[in-house]
Design a protein around this ligand. Sequence first.
Ligand SMILES: [Zn+2]
Length: 307
Amino acid sequence: MPRLSRNLTLLGKLSLGVGTVLRKLAIAAAAIAAAYACPAAAGPSGKGVQLAWFQKDNIFRSGLRGTHTLALTFDDGPNFNTPSVLDALKQYNIKATFFIVGVMAHAYPAVLARVAAEGHLLGNHSATHPLLGGHYDDDPQALINQIRIVHDDIAPLSPAGTIFYFRAPYGAWRTAHAAILNADPVLKNYVGPIYWDEGGSIEIRGGYIMSAADWDCWHRGWDAEKCAKGYLREIRRDNGGVVLMHCIHTHSGDLVRAVLPILVAEGYNFVRLDQIPEYKQYETPQPAAPVVALAKADYPVNAAAGR
Ligand SMILES: [Zn+2]
């Protein structure tokens, strides 16, 4: 997606160096907001603190830092480079999460089906990867369509009971969007927007690559080995986390092959997003309707037996 690449490149140029600072500020702001949240004002029901449904802010905290556990996430696919990523994951029997873009899913349905068939979790990353800005406040149906279109692609490929996760394009999110999506009977069951712990930006200090972001590595002409150094340093420093990568570039598979043998040898555990305990609190409570229905169905049999 050339336009996406250009946008990301621009974004990357603007945020180089300050990216980490901004992210830390955002995390601090989220923590302060959470600490001072007014419980009575939260939630569509107006009762208590709303934890489930779409969140008003990105979910920055995964709880995986310090746990020696990694959740690999691959955004913006699928495309013809995704099978190389799948091959690498398969080699090490690692299950990951893929945040799917609708236009890519429609162009590469067989690759999407393979992602699901190999046990990876399909997440939702919008239909066309727009910056979800303020203009969607006045056109809620357009926002709902961005998420519903992808849901209709990934839901038929996901086993019953699957929890669906959303990641906002560019990580950009607005409080007003949570209320719009929570009014939709399907989308209110989503968990998100999910942020990341590692892979957000390139940082070089004293000649050492301290962290890396794959799209920016490729933009700078780095190879997978060089990019991997940044990922490995940041992952080791945090000792676990949600890792942001992409599965649509020429070197995407090479990057996975460069980091995985090392991380596996160092004993890291690998999970999908639906295996992260911290995220369980954000799952929307489900009605107990099936139990009630079963009891009613049983009644005539029991009554007959009692006669
Ligand atoms: Zn993206």
